[in-house]
Ligand binder design. Structure first.
Ligand code: NAP
Length: 499
């Protein structure tokens, strides 16, 4: 009798008694993200990577361009399944939506119970919840994993946010750890929670990214219009900021973009790029989900709306004759103004992240996920677009108080807001007086003032609701629910709580 071949691959021991089942991991979808992720996997010790793409040409191209990766190509789903050692593990990197459903369907037909299908695309978390439920019926494990960092991250080390069943993490964990970015010696991947938790957290990551980018853009605009500095000079300002508490990938690339001149015209590139920002939808998902959860992510919402506003040229044209303020905007002390803007940016950024983490907290409560918010901030420290030193402070805050009700109230952030609030107010006032749109700066400040207020005019809103709809109200001085007989003698009665 011939003994089965036992192959040791990374931390896994697999039965590879069938000669063709040589790969410990497979990738389906070999466009930009999939091909880079497959190359990343192949470059790590112990991995043999099976690859498959719907149209053959992408597979052949990848093989021809990267013979060093020693990929195991497959040209049908059957061949792909046969090339994988058990439990079969495949990462799907195809167009989100119908493409993902089609590939999942095809894989479930050739995979067996215990195998693992990972969707690494940008799926909406509710789709992931639905898919996980359907795939689970077949005995196959389904994992929705958010992967951030674009093509560069996929190749050299992304930040990975996997959801799905805990059992799948045993097999998948070592593989994902081997390809993830590393921050201070720790791989930027952790099991986020069950079913759609990974894609939920990736969605909020993207929402925070929208807010961060918009805040930086507003800072640039204010400095440029207030001080008359050129984009290249402002690039120096951002490069300097990148040495301090604002240190982050987005600040770093902002300096690069501002320093770039257009080869054709010789003008700063930022001046020849059409000022209409696109979006792929994850910002909108973050806001839509926050609205359903009742979480005020106003910074993310304003950033998403700012992109929409920019992308309506016909409306902008129609509004172009509307007047702005008469005075010319010119700051008296450029250095002092720039420092104010820096502080306003940091304060607003704290609000945006606090709101994003609030959404994750609320999502976890709604969907029954046990999400470690400190671990989430740690896996964003490298590989992803919002990577920054700042995330260490968030991890510290949750390490100190895991049940923190509001991130921005943690001591480090509260101190920063206390130090920055005067500058923040000066900047919002200056922008308002100058007629320079700063929706993310000003909405963050409004959130700060709202959430810290001892008393809000929400009391009046409750009075109005009771007046026109008998929606009732509660009192500050005694328990119970009340209604005033507005159309009667205006006496107050106890009532059923109708919210
Ligand atoms: N690009 C980024 O920076 C980035 C960052 C993070 C996450 N993502 C996500 O990663 C995923 C892949 O992105 P991408 O830019 O590499 O590719 P993509 O342009 O979103 O999708 C193209 C790939 O999907 C395949 N595909 C589409 N419909 C299919 C179907 N019905 N059956 C089988 N395959 C199908 C295509 O196969 P054919 O070659 O046969 O057409 C091709 O391999 C997406 O979900 C994307 O949102 C992208």
């Amino acid at each position: 009798m011939i003994a089965p071949v036992i192959r040791v691959q990374g931390d896994r021991v697999t039965d590879a008694s069938t000669t063709s089942a040589v790969a410990n991991i497979g990738v389906v979808g070999l466009a930009v993200m999939g091909s880079n992720l497959a190359r990343n996997l192949a470059s790590r010790e112990g991995n043999t990577v099976a690859v498959f793409n719907r149209s053959r040409s992408k597979t052949d191209e990848l093989l021809a361009e990267h013979p060093e990766a020693e990929f195991v190509p497959a040209y049908s789903y059957e061949e792909f399944a046969a090339s994988l050692a058990k439990p079969r593990t495949a990462i799907i990197m195809v167009k989100a939506g119908a493409g993902t459903d089609a590939v999942i369907q095809a894989l479930t037909e050739v995979f067996e119970p215990g195998d693992i299908i990972v969707d690494g695309g940008n799926a909406l978390f509710t789709d992931t919840i639905r898919r996980e439920k359907a795939v689970r019926e077949t005995g196959i494990n389904f994992v929705g994993a958010g992967i951030s960092g674009g093509e560069e991250g996929a190749l050299n080390g992304p930040s990975i946010m996997p959801g799905g069943p805990e059992e799948s993490w045993v097999t998948l964990g070592p593989i994902l750890k081997s390809i993830a970015a590393v921050a201070e010696g720790e791989p930027c991947v952790t099991h986020i929670g069950t079913d759609g938790a990974g894609h939920f957290v990736k969605m909020v990551h993207n929402g925070i990214e929208y807010a961060d980018m918009q805040l930086i853009a507003e800072a640039y605009d204010l400095i440029r219009r207030g001080t008359g500095k050129t984009p290249a000079e402002i690039a120096d300002v951002f490069a300097e900021w990148n040495k301090g508490e604002l240190e982050s990938y987005l600040i770093e690339i902002t300096a690069e973009v501002l320093r770039q001149d257009d080869a054709e015209t010789g003008k700063p590139l930022v001046d020849v790029i059409l000022d209409q920002a696109g979006a792929k939808g994850t910002g909108a998902w973050t806001v839509q989900t926050a609205l359903s959860l009742g979480v005020p992510v106003s910074g993310i919402a304003e950033a998403t709306f700012a992109r929409s506003l920019s992308s309506h040229p016909e409306q902008r044209e129609a509004a172009s004759a509307l007047p702005g303020p008469d005075e010319v905007f010119e700051v008296a002390d450029a250095d002092a103004f720039i420092e104010d803007v820096r502080q306003a940016l940091f304060a607003s950024k704290i609000v945006a992240y606090s709101q994003g983490f609030d959404e994750i907290r609320a999502g976890a409560a709604e969907y029954g996920w046990n999400i470690d918010l400190g671990a989430v901030s740690k896996i964003w420290r490298a590989g992803c677009i919002i990577r920054a030193q700042f995330l260490n402070r968030i991890a510290d805050a949750y390490a100190e108080t895991p049940e923190l009700p509001l991130l921005m109230a943690a001591p480090y952030f509260a101190d920063a807001l206390t130090r920055g609030q005067a500058a923040w107010r000066r900047v919002v006032i200056a922008a308002t007086q100058a007629g320079i749109p700063s929706p993310a700066f000003s909405s963050s400040l409004a959130y700060y003032d709202g959430i810290r207020a001892e008393r809000l005019p929400a009391a009046l809103v409750q009075g109005q609701r009771d007046f026109f709809g008998a929606h009732t109200y509660k009192r500050i001085d005694k328990p119970g629910t009340f209604h005033t007989l507005w159309s009667g003698d205006r006496t107050e009665i106890e009532a059923e709580d109708t919210h």
